[in-house]
Ligand binder design. Structure first.
Ligand code: ASP
Ligand code: MG
Length: 387
C-alpha cells in the first residue's frame, strides 16, 4: 500500500480545535487507502516557553537536561493527536522519537540523525494504524534522549519517509516556499519547484519553512519534499533534484548571530571550544593574520558561558553579539558578477546600515548587519532584485 509521511508544524497543532482539524485531514488520507505516518511539532510556542522556563531556573542549563525538557513538547502533541484520531474511529498510536527508532549522535540540543530503525512504526502500520511520531527528537547510541536543533521535526519527517519508502508532505501555515517570508515581504511569490541546493541555501540563510538538515537528508536519499499549507489552498512547492535556469530564488534573513574575530593562529582553539558547546560556525574567513567566524546562536543555549570561555582561552578575541543579523540572496550563478552583492550593500546603505561582514558563494550572497534593519532590508532587496 502507498505510504505517506505527513508533518504538521507547531502552528498547525497550536490548540485543541486545530488538533481536531489535523486529525480530520489525517483521517481522510487514511480512508483514501494510504498508510499514514504523522510527524508532529510541539503545540504553538511550546518549545520557546519551555526554553524560557529553563532559563528562569538556570542561566546555563546542561544540554542533556534541556533535551529531557524540550522533547516533552512534541510528546504532548503526539498523544493529543492520537486521541483525536481514535475519537474519529481511526485507530492510531503515538511514539516518541526513541520508540520510533530515530538514532542520533549525542550532540545534545543539536543532534544529527545517523540511522532510522522504524521497526515499531512498521508493525503498527501493518496493523492498519496511523502512527504519530514526536518530531525533533531521537535517542543516542548511549540511550540518551536528544533533540535535533530548532525546526528539527522536518528532519524527523524526511528521515522517516526515507526509511519507510514513503512520500513526504510538510504542512505549515504557509503554502510552500516563497521568494521571501510573505509575512514580511507582501510581494513575495510562491516558488513551484526548487532544487535541493537552492532550498539548502535558503534554509541555511534563515528561511524557516524547511529545516536545512531535512533538505540535506532528502537530497542524500533522493526524496521529494512537498511543502503545503495545512488549512489553506492546495498550492505547493516541490523540492527535488534537477537544475533550474539561472535565477534568483529568494531573500532570507537570520537574527541571533554572533561574529568572532581573533588571531588566525588560534583557529583550532576556537573551533574546539565551539564544538564542545555544540556551537556550529556558519561562515568562516581567514584573510591573512586575522580570522573571523559567524555563529548562529539559535541552538546555543549557554552563550554567556561560552563567550566567557572564549575570551579566557583566546587573547585578542573580539565577540560581537549585540543585535547581529544577516540578509542573504540565494540563487544560481551569483558569482558571475557583483550585481547582487552591490544591490544588497546598496539597500543596506539606503537604510543607513553598514555591512559588518560579507560572505559569497556561487549560490548565496550573505551580508551581516544590524538586526534592526532586517525587515526593511528584505523588502528593499526583494523589490530591487525580484519585484
Ligand atoms: N518544536 C521544535 C521547535 O520549535 C521543533 C520543530 O518545531 O520542528 O523548534
Ligand atoms: Mg516549533
Amino acid at each position: 500500500m502507498a505510504c505517506v509521511v505527513q508533518k504538521y508544524g507547531g502552528s498547525s497543532v497550536a490548540d485543541v480545535e486545530k488538533i481536531r482539524k489535523v486529525a480530520e485531514k489525517v483521517a481522510a488520507t487514511r480512508r483514501a487507502g494510504k498508510d499514514v505516518c504523522v510527524v508532529v511539532s510541539a503545540m504553538g510556542d511550546t518549545t520557546d516557553e519551555l526554553l524560557a522556563l529553563a532559563k528562569r531556573v538556570s542561566p546555563a542549563p546542561p544540554r542533556r537536561e534541556l533535551d529531557m525538557l524540550l522533547s516533552a513538547g512534541e510528546r504532548i502533541s503526539m498523544a493529543l493527536l492520537s486521541m483525536a484520531l481514535n475519537d474519529l474511529d481511526v485507530p492510531a498510536i503515538s511514539f516518541t522519537g526513541s520508540q520510533s527508532g530515530i538514532i542520533t549522535t549525542d550532540a545534545h540540543a543539536n543532534a544529527r540523525i545517523v540511522e532510522v530503525r522504524p521497526k515499531r512504526v512498521h508493525e503498527e502500520l501493518e496493523k492498519g494504524k496511523v502512527v504519530i511520531v514526536a518530531g525533533y527528537q531521537g535517542v543516542s547510541t548511549r540511550k540518551e534522549v536528544t533533540t535535533l536543533g530548532r525546526g528539527g521535526s522536518d528532519t524527523t519527517a524526511v528521515a522517516l519517509a526515507a526509511a519507510l519508502g514513503a512520500d513526504c508532505e510538510i504542512y505549515s501555515d504557509v503554502a510552500g516556499v516563497f521568494t521571501a517570508d510573505p509575512r514580511v515581504v507582501p510581494s513575495a511569490g510562491r516558488l513551484d519547484a526548487l532544487s535541493y541546493e537552492e532550498m539548502q541555501e535558503l534554509a541555511a540563510a534563515g528561511a524557516k519553512v524547511l529545516n536545512a538538515q531535512a533538505v540535506e537528508f532528502a537530497k542524500e536519499k533522493g526524496i521529494a519534499i512537498h511543502a503545503r499549507s495545512t488549512f489553506g489552498a492546495a498550492d505547493e512547492t516541490v523540492v527535488r533534484g534537477g537544475a533550474h535556469p539561472e535565477r534568483i530564488a529568494g531573500v532570507a534573513t537570520r537574527r541571533e548571530l554572533a561574529l568572532l574575530a581573533f588571531p588566525a593562529a588560534r583557529l583550532e582553539d576556537v573551533l574546539g571550544l565551539l564544538e564542545r558547546h555544540g556551537a556550529v560556525a556558519t561562515e568562516l574567513a581567514s584573510p591573512g593574520e586575522g580570522a573571523g567566524v559567524a555563529l548562529d546562536l539559535e541552538n546555543v543555549h549557554d552563550w554567556p558561558v561560552l563567550r566567557g570561555r572564549l575570551a579566557e582561552a583566546v587573547p585578542g578575541l573580539v565577540a560581537e553579539d549585540e543585535a547581529i543579523g544577516s540578509v542573504s540572496v540565494v540563487g544560481t550563478g551569483l558569482s558571475a558578477g557583483h550585481r547582487v552583492l552591490r544591490e544588497v550593500t546598496g539597500s543596506l546603505a539606503a537604510l543607513g546600515a553598514r555591512p559588518r561582514a560579507v560572505f559569497t558563494s556561487a549560490l548565496r550572497v550573505t551580508v551581516y548587519c544590524d538586526a534592526a534593519v532586517l525587515k526593511d532590508a528584505a523588502r528593499e532587496i526583494h523589490r530591487r532584485l525580484i519585484g
